[in-house]
Design a protein around this ligand. Structure first.
Ligand code: MRU
Length: 365
């Protein structure tokens, strides 16, 4: 995507073929800056501290983290250390485990001298596949938006999204926002209602930033507003991303997604989830029981980051001091509330049958 006219990706290898930089998402929406990932520790820190975030981007960053480790020391002991360090950063997005397993399989049996080059090549392949998958999700999702518009007899297509599943959550384009960008490019008039997404405000800070940078009309709403808009007939469809989708189509996504799905069902608003196949966990079926839900720091709830009138970015306390706080970062939307899954291979029902129809090679898993 372009920022200030420049093509940007969330993660990039610089001209020397080895140095890795990422967009620092903790500085958005007020500043767009890239920062280097000097080593595997920096990559792990970037994931843990949400300098990078979003399931696909977490996976790609972890892959490059292994590459940086191999650059420093390609021994098998260091490979194990890197996999352990990166694997312990965040528990919910399955792309992290998926990418690390892929690097492990690619590197372990190689002579140490070959591991660095192979790790960078495999990481680049994962990044490239993510961009291609997001573009394909955009193409398939665009048809959904066109259908909605046709059924309404033309006019604006009004989409509601939660959290950030745009290009900042991936390498480029995004998952839930890829159909929006595709529609915008194709001249299909689209307007996005952006849930602010407390506690970290990925909607207000990141989704609004990237839609604005790309010129897509949007309105930021408080998290509690979506149901009201749906009752008033102001939302044509919801599209969200996913951090882990089970083999039966249950969807783990940013906390609050489930409530949007309930409101959508009550108001006959289609509720779609966009995801690349790297987000499918084929080993589990019951998402509510089996997906590990990350519990994050209470400070994300007790404090809010913002910019003061003099331009200083600071955290302010917003909760009664001393009150206990819970901060689960994700929830699970059961498959029965999901109208369809938009993947790189097409749109399918949120069910084992639907997923296997698109990924028949998984029949034996
Ligand atoms: O905690 P985050 O910001 O990494 O969580 C990301 C999300 O939950 C997004 O909603 C997204 O849909 C999944 S990544 C495309």
């Amino acid at each position: 995507m372009r920022v200030d006219g420049r093509p940007e990706r969330t993660i990039a290898v610089e001209a020397d073929g080895r140095s890795v930089t990422v967009v620092d998402q903790t500085r958005l929406p007020f500043e767009f800056v890239r920062r280097p990932l000097a080593d595997v520790e920096a990559a792990a820190h970037a994931i843990r501290a949400m300098i990078v975030r979003g399931a696909p981007l977490i996976g790609v960053t972890a892959a490059y983290g292994v590459a940086l480790a191999m650059r420093a020391d390609p021994s098998e002991a260091n490979l194990d250390r890197a996999l352990g360090l990166l694997g312990a950063t965040r528990p919910t997005a399955v792309n992290l485990r998926w990418a690390l397993a892929r690097l492990d399989a690619a590197l372990r049996s190689l002579p140490a001298a070959d591991r660095e080059a192979r790790a960078y090549a495999e990481s680049a392949a994962i990044a490239g596949e993510d961009v291609a998958a997001c573009r394909a999700i955009g193409r398939h999702g665009l048809e959904l938006l066109r259908d909605v518009r046709l059924r309404r007899g033309g006019g604006l297509v009004r989409v509601l999204t939660h959290c950030n599943a745009g290009w900042l959550a991936c390498v480029d384009w995004g998952t839930a926002l890829a159909p929006v960008y595709a529609a915008h490019e194709a001249g299909v008039p689209v307007h996005v209602y952006v849930d602010e997404t407390r506690p970290r405000n990925q909607g207000g800070a990141l989704t609004a930033f990237e839609l604005g940078a790309h010129g897509v009309p949007h309105t930021v709403i408080a998290d509690n507003t979506g149901g009201h808009l749906m009752q008033r007939g102001l939302v044509d469809l919801c599209i969200v991303g996913s951090d882990r989708t089970t083999a039966a189509g249950d969807v783990a996504n940013k906390i609050g997604t489930y409530l949007k799905a309930l409101a959508a069902r009550d108001n006959d608003v289609p509720f779609y989830v966009a995801l690349p196949s790297s987000t499918i966990d084929w080993t589990i079926r019951d998402g509510v029981v089996e997906v590990p839900i990350e519990e994050r720091d209470a400070r994300e709830v007790t404090h809010v980051r913002g910019r003061s009138a003099d331009g200083t970015v600071l955290d302010v306390e917003v909760v009664a001091p001393g009150s206990p706080v819970a901060n689960p970062a994700f929830d699970v939307t059961p498959a029965r509330l999901v109208t369809g899954l938009v993947t790189e291979r097409g749109v399918t029902s949120a069910s084992r049958e639907g997923l296997l129809a698109l990924y028949p090679e998984r029949t034996k898993t």
